[in-house]
Write a new protein. Structure first.
Length: 196
């Protein structure tokens, strides 16, 4: 069967992204003898070392985060990137190159909103799941997770998370406990209530 016009457009856009955004076409044979890849790797390593050196000069990553240095660096990088896009120095397919006329452009629903029926069905599924589980085991596992979180940000939480999942806690419950342990709201949206 023949592809639809939309499918054809996606295929062409994919090729354009590879050709114009990745830099793969900047050399005749990017993997030939791997000299090109080796050069890029060395360049990336040198740039990474410079960034790490600048972080150390700030007093380490934690201090750099506290002082807002990291946020400032990210903002400056985003600003530079946007200026390059707007000046046409950096190609972004569909944004500043190979644009469709507005009448031909259409939004692609990446994550369409579920129907009210699907939402109700999922809520009922979660209610049934919670009714079947051992609430005592879930509560105990979530309390242990909270205790493990209080041991510091470098402490390994994987064993406690495995226990939480094995006991039947939901992702929302586990994340909520971790958020609270680190000084944040259990659920910023205000939809979930803590069970421990």
């Amino acid at each position: 069967s023949l592809p639809t016009e939309a499918a054809h457009r996606i295929a062409v856009r994919t090729q354009q992204i590879l050709a114009y955004e990745t830099g793969v076409a900047n050399t005749a044979d990017p993997l030939g003898g791997s000299y090109f890849i080796e050069t890029l790797t060395k360049q990336l390593e040198a740039e990474a070392r410079q960034v790490l050196k600048r972080i150390e000069e700030q007093g380490g990553m934690y201090r750099a985060l506290e002082t807002g240095w990291v946020e400032g660096e990210l903002e400056r990088a985003a600003y530079r990137y946007q200026k390059e896009v707007e000046a046409g120095e950096r190609i972004v397919v569909g944004s500043n190159a190979f644009q469709l006329p507005p009448e031909e452009d259409s939004e692609v629903a990446v994550h369409p909103n579920p129907s009210p029926e699907a939402v109700r069905a999922r809520q009922e599924e979660i209610r049934r799941f919670r009714a079947r589980r051992d609430t005592g085991a879930v509560t105990a596992a979530l309390r242990r997770l909270r205790e493990e979180c209080h041991k510091g940000e470098k402490h390994n939480l994987i064993p406690a998370l495995i226990e939480v999942v094995g006991a039947g806690a939901t992702l929302g419950e586990a994340v909520g406990v971790m958020r609270e342990a680190y000084g944040h709201e259990y659920d910023p949206a205000g939809r979930l209530r803590p069970i421990v």
